[in-house]
Design a protein around this ligand. Sequence first.
Ligand SMILES: Nc1ncnc2c1ncn2[C@@H]1O[C@H](COP(=O)(O)OP(=O)(O)OP(=O)(O)O)[C@@H](O)[C@H]1O
Length: 490
Amino acid sequence: MNDGQQANSDEHLSEVWQRAVETLSPGAKVWVYSAKPLSLHNGIMIVAVQDDLTRAQLESRVRPALEHAISTTLQQETRLVVTIEPSLIETLHREQDDLSINRPMAASVAAPEPDLDDEDDDTGDEFVPSWAERATAPPRIGTVAEARLNPRYLFENFVIGSSNRFAHAAAVAVAEAPGKAYNPLVIHGESGLGKTHLLHAIGHYVLNLYPSSRVRYVSSEEFTNDVINAIRENRTAALKRKYREIDVLLVDDIQFLEGKESTQTEFFHTFNALHNENKQIVMTSDRPPKNLTTLEDRLRNRFEWGLTTDVQPPDLETRIAILRKKAANEKLTAPADVLEFIASKVQTNIRELEGALIRATAFANLNGTTVDLQLAQIVLKDLIAEGEEPDITAGMIMAQTAAYSEFSIDDLCSTNRSRNLVLARQIAMYLCRELTDMSLPKIGQEFGNRDHTTVMHADRKIRKLMAEKHAVYNQVTELTARIKQQARQS
Ligand SMILES: Nc1ncnc2c1ncn2[C@@H]1O[C@H](COP(=O)(O)OP(=O)(O)OP(=O)(O)O)[C@@H](O)[C@H]1O
């Protein structure tokens, strides 16, 4: 982004913010008068206030109204992240003196961003992220960068789809303003869906943005071992230094803390020490914290202080995009029909998805041949049989959607066009596309003999809505889970 574009984007940010503020009641306006919008990226607006009290009031009283107003203006569901900038008071006074009140202040946060949203960007190798230019900013704190991060787990290599869009946006927000956006951030989801990738990506991003910050990545198992060894060898002071004298703590798989009493106690104190100092904590888990039932209440409770977000299995388009990116990054050659075949067969675990691609290309390499569809089908036969999804029918999808939306199957097939019913019908059509092998005309037939273009339109519309509206996304995700469960039982 050049200077002119940056100025335009600052102006846009400021305008969106002002419009939202104008919709507030006079009582609510009191809490936003000194707030400053800093950045707007991927459905997250970061706003700075000068102290904890203002942040708490803004979060509890004004947030819903502001989010609603901003989302309406932008026509995109937007979350507000409130950060604290104590220097804001002075800056405000200075700026008011200058009569340039609307100019965003925190250059380090509002500077141009890499286009993280571009799912088709396969030019990762040449891409120089704009934060690389900012990396010369004065060190924020500390002098040692401590991280063992996988160099491939970068935001640039992470393909965004409706299944992970929110988790990705939250991760970027946290990486841009550690300790200020969401603290702690917990990302949960089933195995192989990108939680560790996002955790490492946060670490890389922070280290690029703030080269001297101290980032520590640890799995819960390593943390447990460290605690056990420290106790045994009487080195608890060193343990405390290791985990408390850092700026960003990234903890993978916190479900493994369950049932480990002394580790939980140590983690509790570590958490408190870091959180009190506004140091960032990010954790991953295979379940939401509230379902970590054998974790001490006080820990579970703290895990819910910040933001909890999930990653879901990716849809077909995202799976294909992930394979394309993987093939480009690893210089693997596989034609489009092979990628589509693998993506259509391996649906629930990205690690397995990548594994299938690597297996097919490795087999071809070893045999001095190239990968084609026939070869992929033979090589992956066993893996695909294992991972086969239960058979899902249009009837199941319609029955579950009808029950969920409180309409009847007849309603879904009728010509009635009331708003809620149209949405439910379109979701059901979309799910037929996503979860079955039925052709467009066949789906149309199932829904009261509709034309295939109606199904195509529904499919496109729901994809778009899922990317824009968290409510629709959640609805579709929940319905998908119910349908799969029914299919498994029948
Ligand atoms: N959205 C994505 N784009 C590109 N690659 C992805 C994406 N999601 C996951 N991957 C890749 O899939 C593999 C598995 O991801 P990862 O290890 O982060 O999963 P996880 O959720 O942490 O699993 P587990 O709970 O088993 O540790 C990694 O190689 C990762 O790079």
